[in-house]
Ligand binder design. Structure first.
Ligand code: GRF
Length: 204
């Protein structure tokens, strides 16, 4: 794109979509200088799809069940490029990305994970942390590379695990922090005011 820097983001989701809503709220409040170019869900039944439609955003449903991974991802890349997306934001997108996808957007895919990585990667990180008995957990926004929950870390927030916590209360406290740090991280990446030194994302 010519002129001002491209601040168009593409949201990929599979479910509830509360992180997507938090991003939308931050943009509406003027806290995040970005534009949601497209919301893509790989599940028609995802509540996030209804929210995106209600908000009047461009919403694309691409059912992924049974689709060969790379073939599906090629179509995904095509739709994201068609919408001139500068940054891909995974927001509860429950499908592994192919190498093809990751290579199509080098250091232009970010993800939010509900633990302090590298602790508790993978599914149900809040449960993993709760069951392990850690006293602190949290959430992480990171760049996406070809390995699960692995790329350089952009933002983290720490959440204490309280004696009276249940899995549900802990998850809710983590989610509240997710909603804050995801927009912050997206702002940093879109501003370009950072460099990556090894695994370290350093703001400049
Ligand atoms: C969040 O806990 C996020 O960290 C994880 O998936 C969940 C998505 O929640 N990757 P929501 O759909 O954004 O409400």
């Amino acid at each position: 794109m010519s002129g001002a820097a491209n601040r168009r983001i593409g949201i990929l989701l599979s479910g509830r979509g509360s992180n997507f809503e938090a991003i939308h709220r931050a943009i509406a409040a003027g806290e995040l200088d970005a534009e949601i170019a497209v919301v893509i869900s790989n599940r028609e039944a995802a509540p996030g799809v209804d929210t995106a439609r209600r908000l009047g955003l461009k919403t694309v449903v691409m059912p992924s069940q049974g689709a060969p991974r790379e073939q599906f991802d090629r179509e995904l890349v095509r739709v994201l490029n068609e919408n001139q997306v500068a940054l891909v934001c995974l927001a509860g997108y429950m499908r592994l990305l192919s190498g093809y996808f990751v290579q199509a957007f080098p250091q232009r895919i970010v993800n939010i994970h509900p633990s302090l990585l590298p602790s508790f990667p993978g599914l149900d990180a809040q449960h993993q942390a709760f069951d392990y008995g850690v006293k602190f957990t949290g959430c992480t926004v990171h760049f996406v590379d070809e390995h699960l929950d692995n790329g350089p870390i952009i933002q983290q927030a720490v959440v204490p695990v309280l004696d009276g916590d249940t899995y549900e209360t802990l998850s809710a406290r983590i989610l509240a922090e997710e909603h804050k740090i995801y927009s912050k991280a997206i702002g940093i990446v879109l501003s370009g005011a950072y460099r990556i030194e090894g695994r370290r994302v350093v703001t400049v």
